[in-house]
Design a binder for this molecule. Structure first.
Ligand code: FPP
Length: 250
């Protein structure tokens, strides 16, 4: 598959009948899970990180080719300095610890979000993991760190404006496909299903452009309790839905 999917190919991926090719997850509820056990919030994030492995590994059996997970939003910097630092350390440790297993499982890892604000060590680990797994062909795992849908669109528009100014792009030719091809997710199909755990029914700036026709599932389970069996049940419900993409069923 070419690095940048053309629009026609993107819709071909989207319209596979009945399947959730691309599932995106807002992994919410780590803090509450920890509090319920009288533990610090970071304990919940660590449990949440462990859960990621089980869910990634379940993807091939469940028919999920692309899994995108929201690990840290552009708004999460507003948390206490201790929690932010703890999460950044967790991301560094997660990458270091999981690299071998992810590669052995043939998982291709990508990161989306603005990396500039992340510490250099973390950026290097992210680059190395992307490079190491770039030929892997099982699950496409995308981890969103310092990601915000509005921020992503704003950065894309800045790049488009620059290319128009430099004569690389014709302003009259800019269309939906152009914007899609400037987003961090340029090589990914749009999500078929977005899941949010922990009972909150909002999308919190996640994949705003890409989820225009996604189905949503808001489930009560807190992320650290989100098992492969629950994932499978949510996918079964998704498979029973009637997706029309704005058209009328024939
Ligand atoms: C939301 O729960 C969760 C986060 C902001 C962090 C997500 C991180 C992980 C699941 C662990 C690390 C992931 C990887 C890929 C290593 P919350 O803190 O908002 O929970 P609350 O709403 O109960 O307070």
């Amino acid at each position: 598959m070419p690095e940048v999917l053309q629009n026609a190919e993107k819709s071909a991926v989207q319209s596979v009948p009945g399947g959730a090719d691309h599932v995106a997850i807002i992994m919410d509820g780590n803090g509450r899970w920890a509090t319920q056990q009288g533990k610090p919030r970071l304990f919940g994030h660590r449990a949440g990180a462990k859960r990621v492995r089980e869910i990634v590994e379940s993807c091939p059996d469940l028919g999920v080719k692309y899994l995108t997970i929201f690990a840290f939003s552009t708004e999460n910097w507003k948390r206490t300095q201790a929690e932010v630092a703890g999460l950044m350390m967790l991301f560094r440790r997660y990458i270091t610890k999981e690299t071998q297993a992810l590669n052995e499982k043939n998982v291709r890892v990508r990161f989306i979000g603005d990396r500039v604000r992340l510490d250099k060590k973390l950026q290097t680990l992210m680059d190395e993991l992307e490079e190491l797994t770039k030929d892997n062909t099982s699950v496409n795992l995308t981890i969103a760190i310092n990601y915000g849908g509005r921020d992503e669109v704003a950065r894309a528009i800045k790049d488009i404006a620059r290319d128009v100014r430099d004569g690389k792009l014709d302003a009259e030719g800019v269309n939906e496909g152009t914007l899609s091809s400037y987003l961090d997710t340029m090589v990914l199909p749009d999500p078929d299903l977005v899941i949010r755990t922990s009972g909150e029914a909002r999308i919190s700036n996640f994949l705003l452009w890409q989820s225009a026709y996604a189905e949503y599932e808001f489930i009560d389970t807190l992320w650290p309790d989100f098992t492969r069996d629950i994932f499978s049940e949510v996918l079964d419900r998704f498979n029973g839905r009637d997706r029309r993409f704005g058209a009328v069923k024939k």
